[in-house]
Write a protein that binds this ligand. Sequence first.
Ligand code: ZN
Length: 242
Amino acid sequence: MKAAILSDIHSNLEALQIVIKDIKRRRIKSILCLGDLVGYGANPNECVELTMKEAKIVVAGNHDWAALEKTDISTFNPIAADAIRWTKENINKTRLNQLNRLKFTATVDNLLLVHATPETPEQWKYVFSLEEFKQQFQFFKTQLCFVGHSHIPGAVFQDANGYTDLVGDNPFPLIESRRYIVNVGSVGQPRDFDPRATYAIYDGNKHAVEIVRLNYNIPRAQQKILDAGLPEVLAERLLAGR
Ligand code: ZN
């Protein structure tokens, strides 16, 4: 199986369209999505519609759940909470119903798909340090686990002895005796100081994973955020990539 895995679109239609175009150009048939279709950007309806049309599997993210009032936004920072309130006012029922049907996890072949952590998908925990990644390996059995949520792309492996480390290369080969957690980064709001749209390609035939970065029309996405009356900082951070 060859699949494109994307996450954290956050209502950024300009970024999503570029990513899908790139996936089609590469003739990759399977698109898998790790959630957070909405929140922050100006096109929630369009992004839910396009993602649900193109992706074979979509799991839920915390912003999707917040738009549905299934996650309490008191845990969100004030700007994220503002964006959720805006999203709730601007998303239509059809798209909300689609979000409401999403599950927390999915397994495809030897891949586990989850927005935040395999340990407690519904608690939206953040995993940043190597030690935190190391803990997560005990909570899934597949060779690979793909996550999003932090908007910071990267991969960690664990060998048969429990030795855990960062994967340094991109693309990188999958070694049979190792297991991997891959953060696919964010389509619509990267936070690793690289503003380009991000997604991952899993190639089960060549046993490799690649993180892909793409330029897109950031000024247009920013202008839409401003025109929508969303917080200005949400436009600024698209260009800053943080
Ligand atoms: Zn997110």
